[in-house]
Design a protein around this ligand. Sequence first.
Ligand SMILES: Nc1nc2c([nH]c(=O)n2[C@@H]2O[C@H](COP(=O)(O)OP(=O)(O)OP(=O)(O)O)[C@@H](O)[C@H]2O)c(=O)[nH]1
Length: 328
Amino acid sequence: MPAPDAVTIPPRIEVVAGVIRDARDRVLLARRTEGRDLAGLWEFPGGKLEAGESPETALVRELHEELGIDVEVGAALMRVPQRYPGKRLELDVRCVDRWQGTPRGREGQALAWVPVEKLPLYEMPPADRPVVAALLQPDRYLVTPEPGDDTDTWLASLMQALGQGIRRVQLRSRAMEPRGWHELAARAVQLCRTAGAEVLVNGDVELARALEVGVHLQAAQLLQLKQRPLQDGARVAASCHDALELQAAEAIGCDFAVVGNVATTPSHPGQAGIGWAGFATLREQTSLPLYAIGGVGPADLAQARANGAQGVAAIRALWPAESDLAEG
Ligand SMILES: Nc1nc2c([nH]c(=O)n2[C@@H]2O[C@H](COP(=O)(O)OP(=O)(O)OP(=O)(O)O)[C@@H](O)[C@H]2O)c(=O)[nH]1
């Protein structure tokens, strides 16, 4: 028997679920029935793997048993390690775009076809929040590099990045004097708005209010706050490095967080990264949507998703090289 004060970590349960999407871009949700854990919440249909089963086989079996449909399991969407009281699971989410039969709640569960943009209106288990974010929000989060003196080139690079599909941008300068930075940030916000990209400014709540954009909180700032610094509707995000900071971000109602450094970066030489295993350990302690940062880029997207990140955040890896500008 473990000592009474020993912290016992429950074994991890493997669960697989399907994002079943129809031609009208609606997603099928099932409501958890009475008497089960998390009863009444909506979930992506699926269930636990049986001994020796692959996730694909388990999903085909579960969807046949629960819904009476025969599915073709599609691409991996993401894998979310998540801790619940007395329970620890890994939710492996697969896309399902092809099936035969008409889904029915064969176990008495209610079903709903939900337009993808309405998913946030449904109350779902904590592990599903990052999945919904991954379905709806950008997988790359650009953090702008220090503008330096050549602000025209900086703006041209930002435009190029937007042209390459960046749709979430954190405007960040630590070195510019405030007036010049505010003017430049206002011009950058215009470019982002034109491209339909969301903007957050680093650290400066007043500037965020003035420009009517979101704010990205630094970790030290986050720990000083008792509540969300902007009203609902304006994005609030935070940089986090440990479970305490993630708890603080969740407590004040941040929309998402950035966690790292995953790998060693030129800006933090000699400082070992937390690695993907470290990232996944933090992931399971929060339900916030997370971006991985630090030595990662678009080439790491699949790895990030496999560890419960909805995507990657980066400065250099998402900022066009000078040669791209010359070509553009
Ligand atoms: N199928 C499914 N399960 C999910 C989702 N999100 C999530 O946290 N889970 C959790 O993953 C586990 C799935 O187990 P299950 O549905 O096969 O079984 P259960 O909880 O009814 O337990 P039981 O078999 O002991 O009755 C539950 O703990 C459930 O809360 C989801 O979107 N889909």
